[in-house]
Design a protein. Sequence first.
Lengths: 331, 270, 269
Amino acid sequence: MIEVHNLKKTYDVKRRQNFFHSTREKVEAVKDISMKIEAGQIVGLLGINGAGKTTTIKMLTTLIEPTSGSYMFDGMDALMNPHQVKKQINMIAGGERMIYWRLTAYENLWYYGQLYGIENNELRRRIDKLLKLVGLEDKANLPVETFSKGMKQRLQIARGMINNPKYIFLDEPTIGLDAVVTQELHEEIKNLAKEQGKGILLTSHYLSEVEELCDYIYMVNNGELVVEGTKKELTDFVFTKKYYAFSVQGMDEAVVAKLRNHLLILDGDSSVELEGRTANISSRLELSSILAEFAVREGLVINELHKLEPSLEQAVIKLSKNIEREEKGIA
Amino acid sequence: MDLKVLNATIKKEFQIRLHAYPMSFMVGCILTSFYTTFGAWLMYHYFFRKRLAVDFTELAGTSDYMSYAIVGSLMYLFVVRTCLNVSRTLITELREGTLESLMLAPFKRTSYFLGNMLLQTFMTFGETAIATLIGVFFGLRIHDFSLLKFVVATLLSLYGFFGLSLMLGCLMLYARDTYISQNTLFTAMFLVCGITFPKEYLPSWLQLIGSIIPVTDALTLMRGALLGGLSTESFMLVSLRVFILGTIYIVVGFPLMKQVERIALEKMEG
Amino acid sequence: MKYFMKVLLAESYKQHRNYFNNRLIYVSLFVWPMFSFLAAYYSYRAFDFGGNIISYISTENILVFILLGYMAMSFFRSVVQSAWNFSRERQSGTLEYIYLSPANRLAVLLGNALSSVFESAVVMFIFGMLIILFNRSALNVNIVGLILVLAIFMVMALLWGVFLNACFLYSRDTDFLFTILEEPMEIFAGVKVPVVIFPGWARIISCIFPLTYVLEALRQVSLNAASISSIKTTILISLVIIMVLLGATLITIQIVEKHMRKTGNVVLF
C-alpha cells in the first residue's frame, strides 16, 4: 500500500526583475495532501490544470522530493529509499512524445527493459506478452513514427508495464485521444487493476473518466484536497446534479422568482440564478420538459434551453464553496 | 512587387527578432569569423613567419596576406548570416505550423523573401562591422579603396546571395533539415570560394564548383574594391558574371520554391 | 556490474538506432571534416615552407599532419554532436522515463557516448586508409606507440563525450555551448596549426582541450616515430585528464539528481 501524509512541496522560484536583480519567491505547488493507494484499486486524482496533480505524481514517483510530509511504500520509507521504489513503480503519461519514434515498438520496450535490468530471456517473454496485451503484436517491428496516436498511446501502456510494476501512475493518459480509443484504454486500465491487481493512480481533468474508472477519488484544488471519497459518496455531490441554461423573452426577476418557486416544489435542492438574460438552473431532476411546460403555461417564448454538462471547474468551485459553508456552519 | 507584403514581412520579422534575438547564434557567427582570422594570423605570423609562397601575390593581387584572409572571412560571415536567415524562413514557418496559413494568403513570394533579405542585410551589416573591428586588430588594412567599386560589389553580392539563399531554402524545405544542409553548403563554400587562399590553388574540378557559387566572384569584386589588384576591365567582367549567376539562381529559384512548398505541405499531411 | 553493462549497451544501441539511422549524419562525420581538411591543406599553399619552424613538418608530410588533425577532430566532434542530440531528450520527455528507472546514470551517459565513438571509429578507419593510400612515404610510425596512443585517444574521446553529455543534458542554452566548443577546438587544439608555435596566451587556452594532448601524441608517433618515453609527459597528462573528466561527470550527475529532486527541473545551469 502506498500511503502519504501531509505532503507539501514548495518551489523556490527566481523572478528576474531586471538584468541584475532577481527576487526569490516561494511557490506552494502542493500544500497538504494525504492519500492511500491499495493494490488492485484505481484511485483518481482530479483537479483543474495547476491544481497540483503533476507535482503530486512526481513526488509519488520519487522524481521530486517533498518539502515535508511522509511517504510509506509497502511499509518502507520511500523518501529514504527512492531507488527501491523506482523498481516497483512506473508511470504512463498522455501525449505522443516520451517514446523513441525512430525505434520500433519492440526496440522501445527492449530499451526500457534494459534500464530496469530485466534478464534477457524474461524480457523477451514479457515484451511479447505486453505487445499482445495492447494489440500491437503485428506492429512490433515497425518504427513508432508510423503509428497512429492511439497506437503510440497503447505502446506507452506497454512501456509502463515493462518492469511489471506493483503501482502505476497514469498522468492524463487519454489526453488528445478520440472517444473510441479512449474507451479501449479505459478497458485496459480496468483490466490492469482488477485482473492483475495493480495499484493505480489516475490523474485526469475529465469528470466522466474518473467517474467510470475510479474506486476512490481525491479532488484537489490549489494544492489542497477539497474532498475525497468513494465514487458513491462523491456522486451525490458532483455527478447527479444537472445544469441548465434557460432564457425566455422578457426574462426578469419576477419570472425567475416564479420559476424558482415552481422548481423548489418539485425538488428542494434545485436552484435558479439569473445571470444577464439567462437563468442558470441546477437540480437533481431531468428538467427539459418541465421547463418547456413552464414556458408554455406562462405564455413565454423560449430563446434558449440547454442542458449543460457539469465541468470540472464548476464542480471544484462548488465543492470548495460547500466546504467553506460547512466549516462556517460548524464554527 | 507588393510593397504592403514587403512592409509587413519586414515588420513581422523585426518583431520576432526583437522579442527573441538569436543572441547565441549571432555571437557564434562572429566567433567563427574571429577563429578564421585568428587561424590565418597564427599561420602567417607564427608558423611561417610572414614568408608567403612565391605565387601568392600574383594570384591574390596583393601581398598583404592578413587583409586578404580577413576580407574573405568577413564576406563569409556575411554570406552565412544572410543566406541562413532567408533560407530558414520558410522551414521555420513549416515547423511552427504557420506555413499553411501563409500559403493560403495570395501574396507574392518575391516581396516576402525580399523583405526578409532586407531586414537581415541590415542586421548583418551591424554584425559584420563588429567583426571588421576585430579584423583591424589582426591587421586588416584598406589599400586601394574605390567607393564606386565597393557599392557595385556590395549590391551585386546581395543580389547573388539572394539567389543562393533561395536555392538553399528549397533544399532545406525539401529535406526538412537545416543543420546538415546549411553546414554542408557552408563548409563547401569555405573550401571552394577562395575565402582564405586564392582559388587557383584548388584542383580544376573544385575551381569549377567554386565558379558556379556567386560567393567566389563576389569576393573577388570585394577584394578588388578594398585591396586593389583588379583592373577595371576584369572588375566589370566579374561583375557581369555575378549578375548572370544571380539571375539564373533567382529565375530558377522562385518556381522551384513554389513546387517545394507544395511537396512540403503534402509530406506534412502524410 | 552486469546491470551496469546491460544499461550501457542498451543505451548505446538505442542511440545508434535513434540517431545514427539517419544516413545524413555520416555527412557531418565525414564530409565536413573532409572539406575543412582540404580547405586547411590548400590554405597552406599560400606559404613558403622554408619559413616553417617545426623540423618534422615539411611539404611532404603536411597533408598527413593536417589529415590526422581533422580525423581526430571529427572523432571528438561526433561525441559533441551526439551529446547535443541527447540533450533533446529533455524536451521529448524520454529523459524523465530514464530518470524514473533505477538505471545507473553514468551507464546511460557512457552508453550514449559509446555509440558515437563507435560510429567515429568507422570514419576514422576510412581516414586512416586515405592517409596510407596517399602518402605512405610521409609516415614515420612507432607501431607500439601508435596502438597505445590510439587506445588512450578512444578512452579520452569517450569520456569527453560523457562529460559533455552531462553538461548538455543539464544546461539551458545547449546551442551556445555547442558553438563555444566546436570551433575553438579546431583552432586551439592544434588541428590545423600546431600548438607548439602558438603565442603563450593561446597555448594556455589550448591546455583546456583534451584533444590538444592526444593529437600531439598521435602526430608524434605517426610522423616522428616518437618513442613512448619521449611522449610520456603527454600520455601522463592525458591519463590525468581522463580521471578528471570521469570525476567531474560523476559529481555533475550527483548534483543534478539532487537538484532535480528538489526543483523538479533537470536544468542546472
